[in-house]
Design a protein around this ligand. Structure first.
Ligand SMILES: [Zn+2]
Length: 102
C-alpha cells in the first residue's frame, strides 16, 4: 500500500501513543504515515493526518500558498434583487438568489 507522510510541521511533536517509535531507551515521536485510499484520494487528507496538522501547515506557509494564487481584485456574484421574507414563525430573512446564467 502507498503512504504519504503527514505534512503538518508539528505532527511529530504531538504526544499520542500511535506516534511512538523506536526501541527502549531510544524512543521518538514520529510524523504520522497516511495510507492512500479511496476516501482520501485527490484530497488534502492524502497529505494531512488531521485538521490540526492541516491548519499548522497553513499558518506556517500561508504566504507561500497565497503567492500561488493571489487575489488582487474582489470577485462578484450577480444576484437578483434581494427579497425580505417572513416565515410561519414570524422570523424575517432576506432571500438572496444568484442570477441563473444557465
Ligand atoms: Zn499530522
Amino acid at each position: 500500500m502507498d503512504y504519504n507522510w503527514c505534512h503538518g510541521p508539528n505532527c511529530h511533536t504531538n504526544k499520542t501513543q500511535d506516534r511512538i517509535r523506536g526501541v527502549k531507551g531510544s524512543k521518538v515521536l514520529r510524523t504520522r504515515k497516511i495510507p492512500q485510499n479511496q476516501w482520501n484520494k485527490d484530497s488534502v487528507w492524502s497529505v494531512f493526518c488531521s485538521q490540526g496538522c492541516y491548519t499548522d501547515f497553513f499558518y506556517k506557509y500561508w504566504r507561500e500558498v497565497i503567492a500561488i494564487a493571489p487575489r488582487l481584485e474582489a470577485l462578484e456574484t450577480p444576484i437578483e434583487d434581494p427579497v425580505r421574507k417572513q416565515n410561519d414563525y414570524g422570523w424575517f430573512h432576506t432571500e438572496i438568489k444568484a442570477v441563473d446564467n444557465a
